[in-house]
Design a protein around this ligand. Structure first.
Ligand SMILES: CC(C)(COP(=O)(O)OP(=O)(O)OC[C@H]1O[C@@H](n2cnc3c(N)ncnc32)[C@H](O)[C@@H]1OP(=O)(O)O)[C@@H](O)C(=O)NCCC(=O)NCCS
Length: 168
């Protein structure tokens, strides 16, 4: 039996469909019961292969966890979007497909994003997570993040708290 080669690499246009599938599965898994159902469906529908293809073409920083024949996760990151917070970088999204969670891949993807951010001059960075997303909160705490800001985000008619973890 051959060994699967696992790599973290830049996303390619041909990954758009697979990333959309990971996004769909990971978001349903993470946010069902947290984000109101119809809002969640709308958010997922908006992020189909076309959306991802254009993100890749725009050359956003987007890396994937490549299992040779499948994409198991992705991370996007770049400059911190809230200039009032004194952190250079931000991990915008980091998602592992449900069947690949809990195996150390989230940490590998996080470390790759952290390294790339540092190489682009962003020694410190933030990651936002919904306060009710216990899985993400536990993960970012375990990796050494500390909550430095709380804010609210609107989902349709409802508000949800989100928290920013800082990494120095
Ligand atoms: C959160 C997520 C990225 C973590 O990735 P993962 O591959 O499941 O986590 P890993 O296996 O790499 O775990 C890395 C470390 O964090 C720990 N950890 C992971 N989840 C944890 C939790 N909920 N509570 C405490 N520790 C946790 C692991 O035990 C491991 O510790 P170790 O290094 O001492 O062995 C992934 O589960 C995921 O995509 N979840 C759904 C989407 C999501 O919430 N994304 C983040 C949105 S901001």
């Amino acid at each position: 039996m051959g060994e699967t080669l696992i790599t973290i690499r830049d996303a390619r246009e041909s990954d758009a469909e697979a990333i959309a599938e990971v996004h769909d599965a990971a978001w349903r898994h993470a946010y069902r019961g947290i984000i109101p159902g119809c809002e969640l469906e709308r958010m997922i529908a908006r992020r189909g292969p076309t959306w991802w293809r254009s993100a890749i073409v725009r050359r956003s920083r987007l890396v994937v966890l490549d299992f040779d024949d499948a994409i198991g996760g992705y991370a996007s990151y770049g400059r911190n979007r809230v200039p009032a917070l004194a952190y250079g970088g931000e991990i915008f999204e980091l998602y592992i497909a449900p069947e690949f969670q809990g195996l150390g891949f989230g940490k590998r993807l996080f470390s790759a994003a952290r390294k790339d951010l540092a190489e682009h001059g962003y020694a410190s960075f933030l990651v936002w997570a919904l306060a009710e997303n216990e899985q993400a909160l536990g993960f970012y705490r375990r990796l050494g993040g500390t909550i430095v800001r709380r804010a609210y985000e609107r989902f349709g008619t409802e508000m949800r708290e989100r928290v920013a973890f800082a990494f120095e």
